[in-house]
Design a protein around this ligand. Structure first.
Ligand SMILES: [Zn+2]
Ligand SMILES: [Zn+2]
Length: 95
């Protein structure tokens, strides 16, 4: 299993497939867009898992995790979050 690393925090940046594998063992379910569905009792685990979701910049190829993007990525001029390095758009990690 190939694992991508967030260039901001050096933590894991998971693909949807990898998120799925992790969530299954915790009794949770991942939607195709990476949203983690979990019972109320697992809300915090689901949130922690979502923060590991990986994104790749469409422009420079930089890889980042959801947690870093949500907490400190710059805003994009067209809305949403922009790449730390080049202000490009993010896309979900393939796989
Ligand atoms: Zn990160
Ligand atoms: Zn970029």
């Amino acid at each position: 299993m190939s694992q991508n690393t967030c260039e901001q925090c050096a933590g894991p940046a998971l693909t949807i497939g990898e998120l799925n594998e992790r969530s299954k063992s915790l009794g949770m379910f991942v939607q195709p867009d990476g949203t983690v569905i979990a019972p109320a009792s697992h809300r915090s685990e689901a949130h922690a898992l979502e923060n590991l979701k990986g994104f790749r910049c469409a422009k420079c190829g930089g890889v980042y995790c959801m947690g870093c993007i949500l907490s400190s990525a710059p805003s994009h001029a067209n809305g949403g979050k922009a790449c730390f390095a080049c202000r490009g758009h993010y896309q979900l990690l393939p796989g």
